[in-house]
Design a protein around this ligand. Sequence first.
Ligand code: XIL
Length: 371
Amino acid sequence: MRISRLVTAGALAAVALWTLNLPAAAAPGTDQADTGGAIEHARNPAEQSLRELAKRHNLRVGTAVDMTAFNNDTQYRERIATEFSAVTAENVMKWSELEPQRGVYNWGPADQLVESARQNHQLVHGHTLLWHNQLPTWLTQGVASGEITPDELRQLLRKHIIDVVTHFKGKIWHWDVVNEVIDDNAQLRDTIWLQNLGPSYIADSFRWAHEADRRVKLYLNDYNVEGIGAKSNAYYALVQELLADGVPVHGFGSQGHLDTRFGNYSAFQVKENLDRFADLGLETSMTEVDVRMPMPPDATKLNAQAQSYGALMLGCLVAKRCVMFTVWGYTDKYSWVPGFFTGQGAANLLDENFQPKFAYREVQAVLAYTR
Ligand code: XIL
């Protein structure tokens, strides 16, 4: 990436814009600015962590955390603390993990992550209150057999959202309330929720979450919405509708699961899309960034990957209210990609030996050299 793309003219105006457009948006009792690992004197940016480099921009840089790796791999755990100022539970806040048996909650792993985040001055992005995947079997089977009626399902969803938001009240920066509710044809996704409850489950979910914690920010979150297109247009329309109905919606999350073979966005496209949600009054975040490639990696693919990471980071940095840039895992040692996309991998910033890839250097450079 050419430096001229990063360092724009009108520096003073740009500085003024940063101040105006990145308001504090922290969880109660926490500072928006990252205070962890403060380094005051000038240092070679290539030696600085992402959280240090992002501080100046009031941006939180996060990672998804795999709690099994967290408990078994010291290097994995320690790097999360030094490199990142936000965390997301990769799995342990999903419904199947929190309530594997009906009425029996398993808060342990999620509480452990929240406590570690507190100790390391990290904010927690809650993921996720409603999704169509990783639902408990008792729930999906109960609905399939007719044992759980639509009315009961609605009550179960309400109880789930209120119980979870209440349990973590005051400890979560923002919640993904609904995850992936629009499909790739830009229609409401055909799920257990839509089939049984109708489209009103979306507004209901936001209202219930808000009822349980009036201060936590509430997000919609999805993939393939990094630029302007049919799917992000559908979200734009949905958000307008929700806001017109007085539904408490505060944020839009763009996951950012990209593939070096397609999906290459420019920072212009990313900023333009995020900014239209900001213009509706929402804050925005990149919530699950990774850039997979067909295995094995080579220099061309790794460069393409670096370009994609850089464009997403730059787009977020220059967008009006993009407050968080979170990667979906940070090392190729632990990644969901090989298990989900046959023949693909190497999607993260660090390789399996925790060594920085081109993409890591690119993200560092964007953070260091963007005004
Ligand atoms: C993935 C996890 O990374 C895997 O470990 C799990 O088996 C399946 O889910 N979009 C999301 C995330 O919102 O929750 C998904 O996480 C990846 C796609």
